[in-house]
Design a protein around this ligand. Structure first.
Ligand code: AMP
Length: 284
């Protein structure tokens, strides 16, 4: 694996590689890697000749300084995991290398309201920061394929729109959620949970599955109400939202239909750690 800290050297290398007819798959991350990230690397490796991973804890997507401060940083282990996964290139820049003159400047993107609800409501400015950094990273790496996790479903929709809006020639691919044995979605934040909290947090996925199974029988409002109640019955749980929405635009869906794709999305604070999860209900 070749490690680059500077975009100029990385660009030069990729340009030469691109000319040699290789296809580039890109997996952007904030590090503290786990098996979920590695599943994205594996998918990229199976579909491209060159896989690039980036590790960059992007400050502009944190609306809370304490959350940024507490974000786990495990560079050495991350590198070993990437080498083990056969990743070809790691881009691990410092802030000025990514932002250059744009340090402190927020670029504005209009995602037609997609960016202002759910995570956008709880974390104002979060998606402006995500869009800004993804755009900059895509301009540097210029991959044929970009691999993102379904776990951050709203982020995936926003990045897909960003790529459409900017006319970049990159396909945005949504990869399935990788889970712990107990069903908890893997997340870099899980290390901040106690062992008991990690066990209890399995209730998030089981509640999502209960909600999906209840779609044809109960009203959406009733499912959302009961699910929130079930989650909040656990010690140290605080449900921020639990919503059944249309999967293509995250708008309220009204009622169940076998012909529409739904996503059931939730954000729950467990022991003060914010955890995201979702399940899709697609037409059969
Ligand atoms: P992060 O480092 O948390 O920004 O995540 C980097 C990428 O990995 C994002 O596209 C995430 O959606 C994806 N990801 C995070 N957790 C998982 C998971 N459990 N399964 C699959 N992909 C994931």
């Amino acid at each position: 694996m070749i490690v680059f800290h500077h975009q100029t050297a990385l660009r030069k290398y990729l340009l030469a590689t691109g000319k040699a007819g290789k296809t580039i798959g890109f997996v952007p991350t904030m590090g503290a890697l786990h098996a979920g990230h590695i599943s994205l690397i594996a998918r990229s490796k199976s579909e491209n000749t060159l896989t690039v991973c980036s590790i960059f804890v992007n400050p502009t997507q944190f609306n809370n300084a304490a959350d940024l401060e507490k974000y786990p940083r495990t560079a050495e282990t991350d590198m070993q995991m990437l080498i083990g996964a056969g990743c070809d290139i790691l881009y691990m820049p410092a802030i000025p290398d990514v932002y250059g003159k744009l340090v402190g400047v927020t670029e504005h993107f209009d995602f037609n309201g997609l960016e202002t609800h759910l995570e956008g409501t709880s974390r104002p400015g979060h998606f402006a920061g995500v869009a800004q950094v993804v755009k900059l990273l895509l301009e540097i790496v210029q991959p044929q394929k970009l691999y993102m996790g379904q776990k951050d479903f709203q982020q995936w929709l926003i990045v897909r729109r960003l790529v459409d809006m900017t006319g970049m020639a990159t396909e945005v691919i949504c990869c399935p959620i990788y889970r712990e044995l107990n069903g908890l979605a893997m997340s870099s934040r899980n290390v901040r949970l106690s062992a008991a909290g990690r066990e209890r947090a399995a209730a998030i996925y089981s509640t999502l599955r209960w909600a999906k199974a209840s779609l044809p029988a109960l009203s959406f409002a009733e499912i959302e109400r009961q699910a929130t109640q079930m989650l909040d019955a656990n010690p140290d749980f605080k449900t921020d939202y639990f919503k059944i929405l249309r999967a293509d635009d995250l708008q309220p869906a009204g009622a169940f239909s076998e012909h529409i794709s739904f996503v059931i999305v939730t954000a729950v604070e467990v022991e003060g750690v914010r955890l995201l999860d979702n399940v899709l209900a697609e037409p059969v």
